[in-house]
Design a protein around this ligand. Structure first.
Ligand code: PLP
Length: 499
């Protein structure tokens, strides 16, 4: 049912819809005929229906039915070429280029995620300078919101201008000096990236390996620490996005500390999707990325160092090998007391991060974690009803990153292509040794919703059945519905007992 039809259902008739919106009936009749409500009515629809129809659904439907085409040049003038004799035209693209309008996608891969309309709106606010007093005030709020999602009081908590990989390099480049012994835990792609960083910083890496799909084993880390005296850093990925496995960050940190080492924790996929408790677990250095469970635009990497790390970096005699990522210099921009120019901060992206974090604060961090688990349980019930199995053992499964084995004989790439082309759904492929063997279905941030779970299950079911797999379309949705109903009943009983 489209939004126009839903309005009629809610109000009872086209005439009542017209009355509610103070419009002529012909206008409403036109909405029904064309099958959509024009985007300019989105806000009003949400208001008048008291949120029963979301503004974003109206906008999405309208832009799918009636894509906006902005012509930057008249049709008859090839782009950029004013006249044949214009000497600059030789550098202009030969193809006519229009303004870019991405299609509406359901993003259920390993990130980026869909972005909440409030975050998108905030991002499109007017630009202001990165030292504007209003912006500076916002930076302080942003830091306090980040401390909330990281559950820390660390003063040095701020977003770096760059993706998660920059956060990773920032930790290594500041904490690892040439010759330092570094234990790098590798149980997937991103542990491998950490190893690269340790090597590039001149560190002496000691690799602790676990099978892809398994968590990092704290016993193996302890053995490596006993065998190699004087290790300064233990680095591991909390939520390995390439496999969907979660490691025990608290236990690994305890082991490292027992042997005098600091930890670098990759929380790119874990932050806000599953508990990350920096102070309670005594984590020394941690980084994440804006485009996963924070559901913001890519390109920002929230980082946090505790006092031990700050002291360690300040005491280094050698110059940090990256000017851009030198903690001491960055601190001068992000510290409320000093605030001097370091680089031109991506102001509008930072507005967006502020709003994305605010949404998490409003929802409550524990509720955000619980939401990921709830939708993961429903998705899992649906996938298992189709005979699809998970790569990771249940106790280590990440709710926000579901790595599942592709059924035998199925061309996994074709399935992903069909999901994208026929249903507008993006899911992720396997990486490295898991290439061609798994799909990675993300339930991160704003993408983690019941409508996405149900759409994904029915789309995947119909593609697989189309490809000849013995799947009963509808079984997966029924199983997911049953899982939701069961969770709902349990919640209701819990609330009743508590009352
Ligand atoms: C666990 C993990 N670490 C690091 C990164 C790198 O982040 P980015 O792609 O934002 O540079 C990713 C990206 O997916 C990741 O999943």
């Amino acid at each position: 049912m489209n939004c126009a039809e839903r309005l009629v259902e809610i109000f009872g008739s086209q005439a009542e819809v017209a009355r509610a919106f103070q419009l002529d009936r012909a206008v409403v009749h036109h909405w029904i005929k064309t099958g959509y409500v024009p985007a300019r009515w989105a806000g009003e629809v949400e208001r008048v229906t008291h949120g029963r129809i979301n503004a974003v659904d109206v906008v999405n439907e309208a832009s799918a039915k009636n894509p906006v085409r902005v012509k930057s040049r008249p049709e008859d003038a090839p782009f950029g070429i004013l006249s044949e004799s214009d000497p600059m035209s030789q550098y202009a693209p030969t193809k006519r280029i229009h303004s870019f309008h991405p299609p509406q996608r359901t993003l259920m891969g390993p990130g980026p995620t869909e972005i909440h309309p409030r975050v998108l709106t905030t991002m499109s606010q007017p630009a202001i300078g990165y030292l504007d007093p209003i912006f500076v005030e916002m930076m302080e709020e942003l830091k306090s919101l980040l401390r909330y999602v990281y559950q820390t009081k660390n003063p040095l908590t701020f977003p770096l201008s760059g993706p998660g990989s920059v956060g990773m390099e920032y930790c290594f480049v500041n904490m690892v000096a040439p010759g330092d012994k570094v234990i790098v835990c590798q149980n997937g792609v991103f542990g491998g990236r950490m190893l690269e960083n340790a090597v590039r910083c001149g560190g002496t890496p000691i690799v602790v390996e676990d099978k892809w799909g398994d968590p990092v084993d704290p016993n193996k880390v302890e053995d490596a620490l006993k065998r190699n005296k004087g290790v300064s850093v233990v680095a591991f990925v909390h939520a390995e996005t390439s496999t969907g496995a979660q490691s025990d960050a608290k236990a690994l940190t305890q082991v490292a500390h027992k042997h005098g080492a600091m930890v670098i924790v990759d929380a790119v996929t874990s932050l806000a999707g599953t508990p990350v408790k920096v102070d309670e677990w005594n984590i020394d250095a941690i980084y994440s990325a804006s485009q996963k469970c924070l559901s913001c635009t890519p390109g920002l990497s929230p980082v946090s160092f505790n006092d031990r790390v700050v002291e360690h970096v300040k005491k280094r005699k050698d110059k940090i090998h990256s000017w851009f990522m030198d903690m001491n210099l960055l601190f001068n921009y992000w510290n409320a007391g000093t605030r001097t120019y370091h680089h031109t901060a991506p102001t509008n992206s930072l507005f967006a991060l502020h709003e994305a974090l605010l949404l998490i604060r409003e929802e409550g961090l524990e509720n955000a974690w619980a939401r990921a688990t709830r939708h993961h349980m429903a998705l899992k019930a649906g996938l298992e009803a189709m005979g699809i199995r998970f790569l990771v053992k249940p106790e280590y499964q990440l709710p926000q990153m579901n790595a599942v084995l592709c059924p035998e004989g199925v061309d996994e790439a074709e399935v992903r292509t069909r999901l994208l082309n026929d249903f507008g759904i993006e899911i992720g492929a396997g990486l490295g040794p898991l290439k061609g063997k798994i799909w990675r279905i993300g339930l991160m941030g704003y993408s983690c919703r019941a409508d996405n779970v149900m759409l994904c299950l029915s789309a995947l079911g119909s593609v697989l059945s189309d490809l000849g797999l013995p799947i009963h379309v509808g079984d997966a949705e029924a199983a997911a519905h049953a899982a939701y109903a069961q969770m709902h009943t349990k919640d209701a009983q819990r609330k009743k007992r508590a009352a």
